[in-house]
Design a protein around this ligand. Sequence first.
Ligand code: ARG
Length: 628
Amino acid sequence: MKASAATTDAAGVTDFRAAFRDCMAGVLQSAMSADELSIEASDIPALLELVRETADPKFGDYTATLAMPLAKRLGAKPRDLAERLIVRLNADTCFTRLFDHVTGPVGPGFINVRVRDDALACGVAAACGDPRLGVLPVAQSETIVLDYSSPNVAKPMHVGHIRSTVIGDALARILRFRGHRVITDNHLGDWGTQFGMILWGWKHCRDEAAYTADPTAELSRLYRLVRKVADAKPEELAADPEAAALAEAHPEAGREVLLETAKLHEGDAENRRLWDEFMPACRREIERIYGRLDVTFDHTLGESFFQPLLAGVVTDLTAAGLARESRGAIGVFLDGQETPLLIRKADGAFLYATTDLATLAWRAEHWQPDRILYVVDHRQSQHFQQVFTTARSWGCRAAERLAAMQLVHVAFGTVLGEDGKPFKTRAGAAVGLEALLDEGVERALAIVGEGEHARQGMDEAQRQEVAEAVGIGAIKYADLSQNRTTDYVFSFDKMLELKGNTAAYMQYAVARVEGIAGRGGIDREALRQQVAADPASIELADPRERRLALAALRLAAVLEDVEADYRPNLLTGWLFELAGLFSSFYDALPVLKAEGRQRTTRLALCDLTGRTLRQGLELLGIRVPLQM
Ligand code: ARG
């Protein structure tokens, strides 16, 4: 953060929660050294988590509730303990230059503090002058591998892929912004049984002309058709005469499809050549969708990349005594687990888990991460628990790194339709992702075409661009604003509402805030420099100004909380709150018509809020149109 020419010694502090936590840590330390507190230094971080924003501004800005659990452990009275900590806080200049003296514990030992007005003004000035809005990079930057999206290619992406893609992308942006070294890897399912179906289909019922015209459309047609033939479910065949005829002509199709996959895996020249031919088309198809979603990856190694390592995984784990044979197959038998983790089938084929183990070891060796995050459906949680446990006890080349690494399954719930059941088309098929994006944009276009927007005289191309941002933003935001662990109901009507916690509302809020400077002919850059150089030009006199300033400066703390739980919905929730506080401020107080320091303060708050909202949406991967 750029240091501003300070007028008080509180200059530069923008994250007041972190500052209060620091003061509290110092106070706990000194109480420990004075033998007033018999706790260990290692207990302190968990206690500091109990320093949080106060729910009701009546009780100050931040509250520490640590006196209760601490007193319980020490057999003391919470209020007495809080009292002693308050005495120490009030004697600490780091504390008193930022916070108002505390008068005594509230209720069962709550320590409530209020940020001093001059410190808050300095914080606003510092954030205004900082391209990072006052957010310091983390003290300890880690290498974090993020595994997300990872669709199985050669079949169309569907609604089930949206959560991993969108949540993973937001986490990548946020962790990067916090100063971590993030490596993203799209672990494509590019080697699975779906290729057996396509290969079989290619050999038995391809349409050359259709393939030349649109390869992926023809490949997905083959996939859908052959899946029915191979599964041979009477009700599916009854509904599809073409599949039924094929199934009749090829009663062994199910077995033959598996054989095609096996041949590919064994290196059969013909199947390998076809795979090499199909893959670029499959990749282009998903790239197009990622392009619309503004999602990129550092690597897309895919399952196929790790195939040469799979036999070694099985030999290694067997030699280490972790894996053994059971009914012809080979599995890892873990303590307390009923089902083993299968790594080789009786027919010699390797499995999903084998690839994940090879991938983990490869990543550990080549990228040496401190953490790997897997953003994958909650139904795979047992798989990941077993893979993680196996990897940790595996004495491979990267063993040390593997044992030290944090491995996290960032799980999420299912997307439901408005009927509360898994989201399906009327025919019962998975909803295609591309069609979903198209519908979102189309519906957004109808909104963008209404009233105000039309009056602003946007031309057709601009309207289309705004609709793309609003429609796709709506789909992303609806997902990100849910607690990721629960299922959520997909509803275009709700996600495109202009009021409420939606992308459209937030995008509109940014346009509204940023429009103020434009209307006043304000040079925003000059304003920032002026304020940063002279924090005394900020005076927070009205409670609405004060609350807005405090909320805008919470960005760093919110991102810290998002990282702690991998929950982007904490970011959307705070952005929504910030937009609401801005409305209360702006509806009540004149900005351009104000004068002197009041005008500077309010313009600075508008500028800071606008930039903060924009930054927040960018960290979620949501585009913000310049006008709406
Ligand atoms: N391709 C898998 C699926 O569609 C997801 C892969 C997730 N990542 C991983 N390393 N297993 O279910």
